[in-house]
Design a protein around this ligand. Structure first.
Ligand code: PLP
Length: 385
């Protein structure tokens, strides 16, 4: 017997919104403030006796509709939306750490999260140490004295997966909080809160939106932890999610499950064929069950080519893959690591943790898998010695 109170994720994401006049999508409540009917209503709200929204920096019904859907999708108690994935990351970390605290971060973390830690948090007296995924798993005492473990599974660019139940267990023993960036897997392929992780966050600009038409972020956790973020960093840093963006994200979530299945089918189509290409030296694309709780393969992967491949020429020959940052949309994208490695200025995370200049990242979109593969093969044959 199926329990109607515990629907599958696809059912949950496709559940019609119960809007005014029977509308099935949330209205875009494009307002800065919410007026009160009487002096007494206002006083009651200020005293916390009622919950009517006051000001859209902290509360907005369109944003709340997205947050509720996201909390359900990640199996969390509460969620809070942000103006970007980086706003979600910075507002989460700043709500949970104080000067003198230590963050243990996984290597190959998203480059701007690395910059946040190195350029902003370290000067404020927060210590950050970086460790390979294998150390997080094997060293049961790594998190001793650590306030917060900052995780990505899989990590950026090289897609190293992490055994989340194991890391959550180590963290629990030492009283460390665990935060994971789940943008790659999405709740369709991995639900970290069900694996013992404390906080899940997303760059909603990627798969959650799925349409490359907005920049946004979201955090899901217990009511207590989301309460801390709502109390401190949401109002005081003020990087709130806007109503229109929240509307787009709710729309994106409706199709998340089917989009992820298509991304996975295309990724599998590529994995089978890439392995047979002699010029491919490495494929970075974790699949189902390589770690407990990971149930699928997303469409973002990277491939290393041997030095007979002229990478700039290869990238230029691709017809269905646009050259660009970001990922997770309907369109296929290609990003050569070489370009990141040659970036000027302070040492970036790819330089620090080591990424091969022969690595090329692909975001496989929703086009026909056969067309995308034919494009890759043709571009490769035109650019390889
Ligand atoms: C893009 C990205 C971010 C940052 O999100 P924005 O919405 O661009 O601020 C964070 N984490 C990962 C893994 C990303 O790919």
């Amino acid at each position: 017997m199926r329990d109607p109170a515990r629907p599958d994720l696809a059912t949950l994401l496709a559940a019609a919104y119960d809007g005014p006049g029977g509308s099935i999508t949330p209205p875009i409540v494009q307002t800065s403030l919410f007026a009160f009917d009487s002096y007494q209503d206002f006083v009651d709200r200020m005293a916390g006796e009622t919950s009517q929204p006051v000001y859209s920096r902290v509360q907005n019904p369109t944003v709340a509709a997205f947050e509720a859907l996201m909390a359900g999708a990640e199996a969390g108690e509460a969620a809070v939306g942000f103006a970007s994935g980086m706003a979600a990351i910075s507002s989460t970390v700043l709500a949970l750490v104080r000067p003198g605290d230590r963050i243990a971060c996984v290597e190959h973390v998203y480059p701007d999260a690395y910059r946040l830690f190195e350029r902003l948090l370290r000067p404020f007296g927060i210590e950050i140490t970086y460790h390979p995924a294998s150390t997080f798993e094997r060293d049961a005492d790594l998190l001793k004295g650590v306030k917060l473990a900052y995780l990505e599974s899989p990590s950026s660019l090289v897609f190293k997966p992490l055994n989340l139940p194991m890391v959550a267990e180590h963290a629990r023993r030492h009283g460390a909080l665990t935060v994971i960036d789940n943008s790659w897997a999405t709740p369709v392929f991995q639900r970290p809160l069900t694996l013992g992780i404390d906080v899940v966050l997303h760059s909603a600009s990627k798969y959650i939106s799925g349409h490359s038409d907005t920049v946004a972020g979201v955090v899901v956790a217990s009511t207590e932890l989301i309460g801390r973020i709502r109390d401190l960093t949401l109002p005081l840093l003020g990087a709130k999610l806007a109503p229109f963006e929240a509307f787009l994200l709710t729309r994106g979530l409706r199709t998340l499950e089917v989009r992820m299945q298509r991304h996975q089918a295309t990724a599998n189509h590529f994995i089978e064929r890439l392995a047979a290409l002699p010029r491919v030296t490495a494929i970075h694309s974790p699949g189902p069950n390589v770690v407990p709780g990971l149930t699928g393969r997303a469409g973002l992967m990277s491939v290393e080519f041997d030095d007979r491949v002229d990478i700039p020429r290869f990238v230029d020959r691709l017809k269905h893959f646009r050259i660009g940052v970001s990922w997770g949309g309907f369109e296929s994208l290609v990003l050569p690591a070489q370009a990141t490695l040659s970036q000027q200025g302070e040492q970036n995370s790819a330089q620090r943790f080591g990424v091969s200049p022969r690595l090329v990242r692909f975001s496989l979109g929703l086009e026909s898998p056969a067309d995308l593969w034919a494009d890759l093969e043709a571009a490769l044959s035109e650019s390889a010695a």
